[in-house]
Design a protein around this ligand. Structure first.
Ligand code: SAH
Length: 210
């Protein structure tokens, strides 16, 4: 099943980053989903997790992660931990000298993600139970920020917590459809690029949909 996805990406010509492909091979996605869906662990669609949330479609996760241009040793903030799978991939990419901080607003998912990350033996991820629409002030600035829930705007608060030279990946739009934005923060200002249209569960909290 894992091989089917890898072959699919190769034939379509997406996901070229070799380190990312290695990270995908290394992380057992089956450890991040509910028992009832084990057979579908490598289906290319989102799967339900707890609290009516979803673990994103593998292709979406890979496109976002590749666009994030992660380098070893970096400090990353994720908004929307969910299952912890995205954070696990990022943890492999930053390596033992890097660190991933991931925020989750729903307590049951904080516990779910912690349990999954432990089961997958991931060490350099910290799961924080907080409203991530405000970022995570305590550990700023970050080299990379990734938002995995639908946001109404490209949150200024998050851009404020990003290093110059840093990249923010965020799906922005309505509750029903969002444009995936890649925003690079440079000395001269912000450079924006669109990665296409996607659909995510809503970002809640102060700077989300409430
Ligand atoms: N990245 C996840 C999928 C995320 S689904 C994975 O790899 O599985 C989106 C998640 O964002 C949900 O778990 C939801 O509870 C969470 N979320 C929504 N609003 C949030 C907020 N304001 N702060 C932190 N997490 C939030």
């Amino acid at each position: 099943m894992k091989d089917n996805l890898l072959a699919h990406w190769q034939s379509v010509g997406v996901i070229k980053d070799k380190r990312l492909i290695e990270a995908f091979k290394k992380i057992p996605r089956e450890k991040f989903i509910l028992e009832g869906y084990l057979k579908e662990a490598y289906g290319d669609y989102p799967l339900p997790i707890l609290e009516e949330q979803t673990i994103s479609q593998p292709t979406t996760v890979m496109i976002m992660t590749e666009a994030l241009e992660v380098k070893e040793g970096q400090k990353i903030l994720e908004v929307g931990t969910g299952s912890g799978y995205q954070a696990a991939l990022l943890s492999v990419l930053v390596g033992p000298k890097g660190k991933v901080f991931t925020t989750e607003i729903r307590k049951r998912l904080v516990d779910f993600a912690k349990q999954n990350l432990n089961a997958a033996d991931i060490k350099n991820v910290e799961v924080i139970h907080t409203d991530g629409s405000k970022g995570y002030e305590k550990e700023k600035p970050y080299d990379r920020i990734i938002v995995t829930a639908a946001a109404p705007t490209a949150l200024d608060t998050l851009l404020g917590q990003l290093n110059v030279g840093g990249i923010l990946i965020i799906p922005v739009g309505s509750l029903y459809s969002q444009e995936m934005l890649k925003i690079r923060k440079t000395e001269k200002g912000l450079e924006k690029e669109s990665l296409g249209m996607f659909r995510f569960v809503p970002l809640r909290g102060e700077h989300g949909w409430g």
